[in-house]
Design a protein around this ligand. Sequence first.
Ligand SMILES: [Zn+2]
Length: 83
Amino acid sequence: MLKQLPFEKREIILIVGILFLMIGMMSFIAPIYAVTIAIIIYFGVRVFVGRRKRQIQKSIGGVCAVCGQRTIKNKCPTCDRVS
Ligand SMILES: [Zn+2]
């Protein structure tokens, strides 16, 4: 099974990545533009990730009725039973 980072950790990685990008851009363009572009990228990524997350949830279905784990193709990875 694909091991995913917790959402908060990914959020921090995203913010740090965009901060570095912003600092990098500041050496080429005016800081105000760098900040504006960084904010646009941040919200763009958030919208993209949110949309993808919803798509993934839709494609893998629901949640296990026994343990509450997210099911994959209607099968719980923990209980290994079809829900
Ligand atoms: Zn389960």
